[in-house]
Design a protein. Sequence first.
Length: 132
Amino acid sequence: LQQFMDEWFYRKPIQLETVPDTHFLGTTIDIDKRQITFNLPTEHWQIQPFTSAASNSKLLSSFRTRLYLITSQTFPTSKCIETTLQLIQLYTEHGYPQTSLVSIAARHFKTHGIPNGHLLTRSNPQHFVSKP
């Protein structure tokens, strides 16, 4: 962490500001637990409804993007499945077909070598997600 705060780490000397919380670029960083978690959308308007007038490819692009961010930013990678299941639940609540979301996520996990991605297709994701 000290290396990132060094004014020369980013080449030219820069002044980094301290922040009062643990949010950074769409993630939450927990130093004590050594975890980085992707921040899921919290507002209804942050996910386009599946009934919108757009192609399926366009509608699913935000899901794919968030899925990529989860797998590239989450640490440890074992937390990727839990966060992905929560993302699937959010999109399902917005009318997206759960089977399509699970299929996309399982393929993504396999392609990117995320361990245990096959677990997404063996169970109903709603069993793993606790509703607030």
